[in-house]
Design a protein around this ligand. Structure first.
Ligand SMILES: Nc1ncnc2c1ncn2[C@@H]1O[C@H](COP(=O)(O)OP(=O)(O)OP(=O)(O)O)[C@@H](O)[C@H]1O
Ligand SMILES: [Mg+2]
Length: 234
């Protein structure tokens, strides 16, 4: 069985890529090698005729991988849309079997894998195939990245509900400050409320970082992610 985590989010832009990097650093700190993947990336940049997957490149760098970027991100899409729509726009076919093959190849090389999803669990990849299905195909427990403030409880609870319905294990939630804290009542009370009503533990509250350098992400990850809870899945 592959080990590691599938990093999903309550939404796009919540900090999945940065938190995937942080989780890689936390795993490495435990003395375990981690490979990374962002199997599908839409909204890629373009240099000449080549699509550049920025999330994939960031993860490759954070995991210090010498593998080709085509293995880290096998499916690059130009249109900044859900994969099902981006693939239609770009006139390409997404092949989940090929994505899994790339994943299994990396699994042979690294002790664990950290895989970033696309948006949230119900983002469509193909007809009748959602990000939740990709997480199931890769066989990794989920880590859910969420915003810390008002509205996040609803998004977290719906994500957990979908994960349960799909039979996906959820290792934990990371509340990530992708914007400076507002010191709002919701930010201050949400961790306690989640501890009371959410069946899944909050394994980290990640602060807003002005400096996103690798060392800063690493230092913050080690300090703010519950390594004992991570270890249970490694
Ligand atoms: N803890 C943080 N401190 C400062 N900036 C952050 C933090 N987390 C995320 N960001 C910033 O927020 C933005 C969104 O983060 P990120 O790209 O990781 O989100 P995502 O969930 O991976 O998005 P996508 O759905 O596009 O893959 C980025 O500009 C990132 O640098
Ligand atoms: Mg991302």
């Amino acid at each position: 069985m592959p080990k590691g985590f599938f990093i999903t989010g309550t939404d796009t832009g919540v900090g999945k890529t940065i938190m995937a990097g942080a989780v890689i650093k936390a795993i490495n700190y435990l003395g375990i090698t981690a490979g990374a993947m962002k199997p599908i990336e839409s909204g890629c940049g373009k240099e000449g005729d080549t699509l550049i997957p920025f999330d994939g490149m960031f993860l490759k760098q954070m995991a210090h991988m010498d593998d080709p970027i085509t293995l880290v991100t096998p499916c690059c899409l130009e249109s900044p849309l859900a994969p099902i729509s981006a693939a239609e726009e770009d006139k390409v076919e997404i092949d989940p079997v090929e994505l899994r093959k790339a994943f299994l190849k990396l699994c042979m090389k690294y002790e664990v894998m950290v895989v970033e999803g696309v948006g949230g669990l119900m983002v469509p990849i193909k007809r009748d195939y959602y990000v939740a299905g990709m997480a199931r195909d890769l066989g990794l427990p989920l880590l859910v990245v969420a915003r810390p403030g008002l509205g996040t409880i609803n998004h977290i609870m719906m994500t957990i509900r979908v994960a349960q319905q799909e039979g996906l294990a959820v290792a934990g939630i990371i509340l990530n400050y992708s914007a400076p804290p507002q010191q709002s009542p919701a930010e201050q009370t949400n961790p306690k409320l989640l501890a009371q009503i959410c069946p899944v533990p909050v394994i980290g509250i990640f602060p807003y970082l002005k400096n996103m350098a690798e060392e800063a992400v690493e230092r913050t990850a080690i300090k703010n992610i519950d390594l004992e809870l991570l270890k249970k899945y490694l």
